[in-house]
Ligand binder design. Structure first.
Ligand code: ADP
Length: 444
């Protein structure tokens, strides 16, 4: 509530007083009407004069002090002046806050770039200047995709993905500097692009990958030699030394396991190091699954498992044949490994609404729900003992996840302990083709 008193009672009393004075003078002079008319004209003139003062003051805009006047007009001038001062204070406070925010963002070691609707650069901080080489004022208003020329980045910025996803790119200023870029939408059609220098992390990660790949590669030859020797000894020694049969069988079994491990590690390293995006080719998945099912039946024959196959023969996938074979075989052989005797394994490749779904359902041991989120981590095992008995490397699902990820497909797992598991993925319409049509094309 305003503590100012209302000027109206005083104004009205003054007005009534003036009318009375003019009326009295007019009565004394015998010209009441003329006197009141003159008084009204005077009052109008005074109002006009004050309006002119107000208009000039507002138009001029430079003078901070209001024009001097009395009565109601004085109050109006002072009121407007008070409003202006309040507005000025608020603007100053906002400017101070804005400067503080800018100083804070400028002090950040990470780059921050504010983008408008179509990716036009609006503002950037000091770190972004260094990491992206932005220059003022030339780059203001430019589209960020024109400055960071990278096909993956153009797609990333166009797709408007969620803020959790990021992209890793070399800096346009220095190819050896690796940047992690994240884009966060905010406000009305604005986006904040955060840029982080992850060169050290990237190098460490590359060292780790190189190390694993090199060690696996180096182990390959000695392992092949040991396996060969164990087989030769296994064929000859037991006849002279029967007690060596079991140790030799164990050596052979373990070296074979190590060989599988090395092969899986090499496959994972290759998938991780693959920088180039996939060059998709037509993969005849129905035929591939036919072969896989025969292998699975042979593997599960002892356990009397039933393996069924239900495929839509018309549909082929677009991708890399050997990678997909590796992923699908890991899922099928896992089902065989983790399904007890007399169990059932159903393999499907079925089209629905233009997409095609691959599914491996088993009536096996199942997986407790709390293990599911970590299942595709390397060497993660639900039951270490069982996995070791079945000869698993603990890398199968990690390979599956990588391969499917490279094909833009996500692995889904549903499982219930004691009832069985379903491992599935859906190839979207863009990743499948009509096998018959491609056959006709290749024959033409
Ligand atoms: P492994 O070589 O040990 O099988 P994977 O990466 O292929 O490694 O699988 C990880 C773990 O997931 C396995 O150790 C196993 O416990 C569990 N698992 C995978 N597939 C199945 C399945 N079909 N049924 C039950 N458990 C499974």
């Amino acid at each position: 509530m305003s503590d100012q008193r209302s000027p109206w009672p005083a104004t009205i009393s003054r007005l009534v007083g003036a009318v009375l004075v003019f009326a009295a003078v007019g009565w004394l002079l015998g010209q009441v009407t003329l006197a009141i008319l003159l008084g009204t004209l005077g009052y109008l003139g005074w109002n006009l004069y004050n309006q002119a003062l107000l208009e000039r003051w507002l138009r001029d805009g430079r003078s901070l002090e209001p024009p001097t006047s009395h009565g109601l007009w004085g109050e109006i001038f002072n009121g407007i002046h008070r409003l202006q001062q309040r507005q000025r204070m608020r603007r100053k406070r906002l400017t101070r806050i804005l400067q503080g925010v800018r100083l804070t963002i400028n002090a950040m070691p990470d780059g921050a770039v504010i983008l408008r609707g179509h990716g036009e650069i609006q503002w950037w901080n000091a770190a972004a200047r260094g990491l992206l080489g932005l220059t003022w004022p030339q780059d203001e208003g430019q589209r960020i995709a024109n400055l960071l020329r990278h096909p993956e980045f153009s797609e990333f910025i166009r797709e408007k993905r969620d803020s959790a996803s990021s992209i890793t790119l070399p800096s346009p200023v220095d190819e050896d500097v690796m940047l992690e870029i994240r884009v966060i939408p905010y406000g009305l059609n604005q986006r904040l692009m955060l840029v982080r220098d992850i060169t050290r992390l990237y190098q460490l990660e590359r060292m780790r990958r190189d190390f694993v790949a090199n060690v696996s590669h180096e182990l390959r030859t000695p392992l092949t030699v040991i396996t060969g020797l164990a087989e030769t000894l296994g064929d000859t020694v037991p006849q002279q030394l029967p007690q060596a049969t079991r140790p030799l069988a164990l050596i052979s079994q373990q070296t074979q396991r190590m060989q599988r491990l090395v092969e899986d590690l090499l496959m994972l390293s290759r998938l991780e190091m693959e920088q180039k995006p996939l060059e998709p080719k037509v993969v005849d998945v129905p035929r591939m699954l036919g072969v896989l099912v025969e292998e699975a039946r042979a593997l599960g024959a002892e356990e009397r498992q039933t393996v069924t196959l239900d495929v839509d023969r018309d549909w082929c996938a677009l991708g890399d044949e050997s990678e997909l074979r590796s992923a699908f075989s890991n899922l099928v052989f896992n089902a065989v490994k983790y399904t007890p005797a007399d169990g059932r394994i159903d393999i499907r490749w079925k089209a629905r609404d233009g997409a095609v779904r691959f599914e491996v359902c088993d009536t096996g041991v199942g997986i407790p729900a709390h293990h599911l989120p970590r299942l595709t981590e390397r060497f993660y095992r639900v039951d270490g003992g069982r996995s070791a008995r079945t000869g698993g490397t603990g890398l199968g699902l990690a390979i599956v996840k990588h391969v499917l990820g490279r094909h833009g497909v996500e692995l889904e797992v549903r499982s219930e302990v004691g009832k069985g598991s379903t491992f599935a993925c859906t190839f979207p319409p863009a990743k499948v083709v009509d096998c018959a049509a491609t056959d006709r094309l290749s024959q033409a």
